[in-house]
Write a protein that binds this ligand. Structure first.
Ligand SMILES: [Zn+2]
Length: 375
């Protein structure tokens, strides 16, 4: 028997226009044909469900739609989900967007608001869906096949994946259709479940973390970085903080840094409800995987923030009038002492930032972490 891949389609707009509904059904059939053709070694299931959650007018926030899609996907035990809406989508980073894929959640949002009714709308929707699925399957943009970045609906022409893309996708799908962890073992303790989830695919999880470029989090979470910077100025300008900082042992500073990074991560993770990606209870492997990826990304982001401030303090320490520093300390400042002070200031800054980071709008952080792009 061929392994099964299921992609659920959820229509969340209350569409009553029967011709549009027919276009959706035709589009889904076309996507199924395209992937069955490209990946004949798998069998494909594409259930289509209708939920009348939103009136078909007005722009919708893709984040809400992703979360709704995730809920349906988990409930129905699909591998992937595509949320269809006839509404426009509220863009966050671009001027406009017709689709938002989230490979972390394995859900994509597709808006048909801009379909061009004269020119095979079903084909355009199908092609956009293939592009979004390509992102969910880990493909990046390319100048051939569905991974060409679509500019608008008019430019969408249906075609299959290229050989190279097929190979990559086939490998990803083989992993997915492998037995899910929770089917192997019914009962799991909390931590041991996360632990074993991590060890089923450590390389893949770390790759996902890298794809999020955690080093750019300090720039993205600007309010948090600003809070840290303000506290940093106070720390730098006080002779007491210099005096305290240089007298810590390197060992204590190391432990303090680790604790501050982990503590700040937990604080933001819990404060932003990032752990509550879905209200689902029980241990779904994929969800725990997403949480592990998000947590690790945040943790690396915190580490880079610490590094950034440490670097900043060292530079400031080097250009600061040396006489003043020496008179504050009552001795000559050595390079080792400067390093000690910098890591001490980094720890304080990080803790201040974690508090400031919680002022950050929850939605912003979630969008940063979950969106692959705005198509
Ligand atoms: Zn794209």
């Amino acid at each position: 028997m061929k392994p099964l891949v299921s992609i659920g389609w959820i229509l969340l707009s209350d569409v009553t226009d029967s011709s549009l509904l027919r276009e959706y059904e035709r589009a889904i059939a076309k996507v199924r044909d395209a992937v069955s053709n490209d990946f004949p070694e798998l069998s494909w299931e594409m259930p289509f469900v209708r939920r009348r959650r939103y009136p078909p007018h007005g722009a919708l926030d893709p984040l809400d739609l992703l979360e709704a899609g995730l809920l349906e996907k988990t409930k129905n035990k699909w591998d992937y989900a595509i949320v269809l809406v006839s509404n426009e989508l509220q863009p966050r980073y671009r001027i406009s967007t017709i689709g938002v894929p989230s490979s972390a959640l394995e859900v994509a949002v597709l808006s048909s608001s801009e379909i061009d009714n004269n020119d095979n709308p079903d084909e355009q929707i199908a092609m956009l869906a293939l592009h979004l699925l390509g992102h969910l399957w880990g493909l990046s943009h390319d100048d051939e096949g569905p991974m060409m970045p679509p500019e608008d609906y008019k430019s969408l022409k249906l075609c299959g994946f290229s050989e190279r893309q097929k190979e990559k996708v086939a490998q990803r799908l083989r992993e997915v259709s492998d037995e899910r962890l929770e089917e192997r073992e019914a009962k799991w303790g909390h931590l041991s479940f996360y632990w074993s989830t991590f060890w089923t695919d450590p390389g893949g999880i770390l790759k996902d973390v890298r794809d999020y470029s955690p080093w750019s989090l300090p720039i993205k979470m600007s309010r948090m970085t600003a809070a840290t910077a303000v506290s940093m100025i106070f720390i730098l300008m006080g002779s007491e903080s210099w005096e305290i900082g240089i007298h810590f042992s390197p060992y204590l500073l190391f432990v303090g840094t680790v604790l501050a990074v982990v503590g700040a991560t937990i604080f933001i993770f819990a404060g932003q409800n990032l752990g509550q990606i879905s209200r689902e209870t029980g241990y779904r492997e994929q969800l725990s995987r997403t949480k592990i990826v998000v947590f690790t990304t945040l943790m690396q982001g915190m580490f880079f923030l610490w590094l950034l401030f440490m670097f900043f303090v060292i530079v400031v320490g080097l250009v600061f009038p040396r006489d003043i520093l020496n008179s504050w300390l009552g001795q000559k400042l050595t390079l080792t002492q400067l390093f000690k002070f910098a890591s001490f200031a980094g720890i304080l800054g990080l803790l201040a930032g974690a508090v400031g980071g919680n002022l950050e709008e929850e939605e912003e952080i979630k969008a940063d972490l979950f969106y692959d792009e705005e198509t």
